[in-house]
Design a protein around this ligand. Structure first.
Ligand code: MTE
Ligand code: HPA
Ligand code: MOS
Length: 755
């Protein structure tokens, strides 16, 4: 089944915030934000701006009737700055005017007097000054100190992986209207409608029941709207509440890039110890996470870094530690992989370093340490249904890895100006919100009297295809064609207390709740069908818009069944609730079973580096991916390809640059290079691993949203290998992204290994 949105997407008819037909008298919002990264506010003067014709009101924190607070995990983030500024781009005032153009004019007339304070932009600086957003966390298994004593080789190094701009096509935005009795309806571009509802209620000092949040779809979220969609929704709600007028705010690209947090940059160090047989005996890592100026989701992201710090490998002795460092950057936030990629980059760096020093290919070490059935992760979960070796070996065999390695060597021996590099990247990613209570969902299904069905869940469609998967569940359960089934908007008055659509778990959680609701309805209808067809439970079969008696092939049309049920006063509506069973995690012991299951895969990447210019092409990325029993391979393949592109971008070309004053220099698409069609590998092959799937996945179809992003890490190491083929004196550097500028320097850098 193709994506249900493709028809309206192709015709340009899909609705985003900026496409909404606003109510008459709609006003337009614009944010006035901090023009420096750390300061005391001495004076904010907007009197002149407010006198412009068409400016309705300028809001500051003083106009907030409830609490000036939108922090999710930790209450440390004001909606509008009060007396101090903590990052460049921090919202200070909200201008509401009759048009965007008027609001822009007003923004230029606001004057701000400040006293500048010292700015911290890097995690290391914050670490040295003891600035953190929360307490450190560490995972421990075995005893690394003792284990290092038994190692034949020990290597240490520093690593850096930069942040990443989400670049959702639809920027952040929200639209608010007022109803009766101070009720407010907000249509928002958010992955977390309940968080938005909660934040607005708090800011306005009213109950959550007075706020209705509706989400049609997002033009991409990628984690950037899991926590960071609240501010814009709260601002329009604040204005609507005060002015009793509809208000819309859609950030322009510049404002969005400047004001919102991104993937966290990490500065990390590792120590890896191996024995002569290449078994990794001990691994230690310290991760300094650049959290930005407020906690946002940083504590949860930091935790997931620890969960994925050993990637798809079994290491007996592990000690990993993460510190969420408070800096003067916009609060960094969720981004596809949620700290996992940053963790995996470090273990892969450690393995690459060991391989370099031992003068062997990294894949020898990787292969020797792959996770096996019943191995323990450092957080106590025992690995089951492990596909690490299976995906590795299938990739090696199906993609003829040995031949590929020979071809690369041959090519390199015949070429001076061009060098090829190859790498293997296994992945292992845990599925579930690591915060156990978040793993819950509900669904509401209405069968209307004509037999058509409308349903709602907490799932947000952001391009990942969850609505299509949900429709499949309904249509399959009742044996109906898809045109009988409609997925409604995600709305807090229909489905309440939802977890955000995130952690790759949206289809698993919401789909399972939906499945339960549909099965309950089906059982209820079966009783009627059984009586009408005069048969037994076992003989009842729902198919092709009818219910059959398998014994004599007699049937009753679906529509007739529904009419009969209605006349018999049988409820045609069902609400259902699902929680992931078994999972748990004890944050004091730092042990438990946080994940329903893991997703595995292996990618082989080959690149060609132009050793005169420093630029490179990715020749191919060939992937064996563990989809379980994919319920929609077209959509799932799209997820793998999209995630791969995003992973490659993060590792190679997307370079966030802040100056030492905390100003984002890479603040537009002219200075921030996302991969385009030319940057993609010339060949992308994605093959599904033959595997059983997992009961906790919807229809045994494993979650797919985030895991494949980490295949992109493979390209980083393939490029390193190509550089090494050109410059024997090159000492591997773990400093992502590996932009052409850096490649060029590395090609001609003559430093010898000194560790
Ligand atoms: N794919 C598209 N097209 N757009 C998105 O915003 N977000 C990613 C991934 N794939 C995203 C996407 C992220 S960060 C997550 S967590 C998952 O989709 C969320 O959806 P799922 O739980 O249905 O996989
Ligand atoms: N993944 C994604 N989003 C989250 C998580 C997680 O594990 N926990 C809280 N928000
Ligand atoms: Mo995805 S980073 O969990 O929204």
């Amino acid at each position: 089944m193709k994506n249900t949105d493709s028809y309206s997407h192709l015709r340009g008819e899909s609705l985003y915030i900026d496409d909404l037909n606003t109510q008459q008298g709609c006003l337009f919002g614009l944010v006035f934000d901090a023009p420096l990264a750390h300061a005391k506010i001495l004076e904010l003067d907007y009197a002149k701006a407010e006198t412009i014709d068409g400016v309705v009101k300028i809001f500051t924190y003083q106009d907030i009737p409830g609490q000036n607070q939108i922090g999710g995990i930790i209450q440390d983030e004001p909606l509008l700055a009060e007396n101090d500024i903590h990052y460049w781009g921090q919202p200070i005032a909200f201008i509401v005017a009759k048009s965007d153009a008027i609001a822009k004019k007003a923004r230029q007339l606001i004057s701000l007097k400040t006293e500048a304070l010292p700015v911290i932009t890097t995690a290391t600086e914050a670490f040295k000054k003891n600035e953190f957003v929360c307490a450190p966390r560490s995972f421990k298994m075995g005893n690394t100190v003792n284990a290092f004593k038994t190692c034949d080789y020990i290597f240490e190094a520093d690593t850096f992986s930069n942040g990443q701009e989400h670049l959702y096509l639809e920027t952040q935005g929200a639209y608010a209207e007022c109803g009766e009795n101070s009720k407010i309806k907000v249509t928002a571009s958010t992955q977390g409608p309940t968080q938005v509802q909660k934040a607005i209620a708090k800011v306005l000092g009213i109950g959550m029941h007075q706020i209705e949040v509706d989400v049609i779809r997002l033009g991409g979220g990628f984690g950037g709207k899991e926590d960071q969609a609240s501010a814009w929704a709260a601002l329009v709600a604040l204005a609507t509440n005060h002015l009793h007028k509809p208000v819309k705010l859609v950030l322009n690209r510049h404002d969005d890039m400047r004001m919102t947090g991104k993937r966290h940059p990490y500065e990390s160090t590792f120590k890896i110890g191996l024995t002569k047989d290449l078994k990794i005996q001990a691994f230690e890592a310290t991760f300094l996470q650049n959290a930005g100026a407020a906690a946002d989701l940083s504590p949860a992201i930091a935790e997931r870094t620890l969960f994925h710090a050993t990637n798809a490998y079994f290491i007996k002795n592990v000690y990993t530690k993460v510190l969420s460092c408070k800096t003067n950057l916009p609060p960094n936030t969720a981004f596809r992989g949620f700290g996992g990629p940053q963790g995996m980059f470090v273990i892969e760096s450690a393995i690459a370093k060991a391989a370099e020093m031992l003068n062997i290919p990294a894949y020898k070490i990787q292969e020797a340490n792959l996770l096996q059935e019943n191995d323990a992760f450092s957080y106590g979960q025992i690995a089951t249904q492990v596909e690490a070796k299976n995906t590795w070996q299938t990739a090696v065999k199906d993609f003829d890895f040995e031949k590929e390695v020979k071809l690369v060597a041959q090519f390199n021996s015949h070429n001076d100006a061009l060098k090829k590099g190859i790498s293997v990247m296994p992945i292992c990613f845990g599925i579930s919100f690591t915060n156990t209570p978040m793993n819950q969902a509900s669904a509401l299904v209405h069968i209307y009297q004509d037999g058509s069905i409308g349903f709602s869940t907490g799932a947000i469609e952001m391009g990942q295809g969850v609505n299509t998967k949900l429709k499949q569940i309904v249509a399959q359960t009742f044996g109906l064609s898809l045109n009988k089934v409609l997925v409604e908007t995600t709305n807090t008055t229909r489905v309440a207390n939802t977890s955000p659509s995130a952690a790759s778990s949206t289809a698993d959680l919401n789909g399972k709740a939906l499945q339960i609701a549909c099965i309950t309805l089906k059982n209820r209808l079966s009783v009627i069908a059984k009586a009408e067809l005069n048969t037994t439970d076992k003989a009842i079969y729902f198919k092709d818009q009818a219910v059959y008696n398998l014994q004599n092939k007699e049937s009753i049309a679906w529509e007739t069944l529904i009419q009969t049920a209605f006349l018999k006063r049988i409820s045609l509506t069902e609400q259902a609730y699902y929680v992931t069973p078994i999972i748990n995690f004890d944050k004091t012991a730092e042990k438990g079973q946080p994940f329903a299951y893991h997703v595995y895969g292996t990618a082989i990447s080959t690149v060609t580096v132009d050793c005169l210019r420093g630029n490179y092409a990715i020749d191919s990325v060939k992937i064996i991916h563990d989809f379980g029993k994919s319920m929609n391979l077209d959509i799932d393949m799209g997820q793998v390809e999209g995630a791969l592109a995003q992973g490659i971008g993060w590792m190679t070309s997307e370079e966030l640059v802040y100056d030492k004053n905390g100003r984002l220099l890479s603040n537009a698409l002219s200075t921030y290079k996302v991969p385009d069609v030319y940057a993609m590998p010339k060949i992308v092959v994605v093959k599904a691993l033959e595997s059983e799937g997992n009961e906790m996945a919807l229809l045994k179809s494993k979650a797919v949203g985030e895991p494949p992003l980490m295949y992109g890490i493979g390209t980083y190491f393939a490029i390193q290998n190509a550089i090494k083929a050109f410059n024997k004196n090159y000492c591997l550097k773990f400093d992502a992204p590996l932009t052409p500028q850096k490649v060029l320097k590395n090609l001609y850098n003559a430093f010898k290994n000194n560790s």
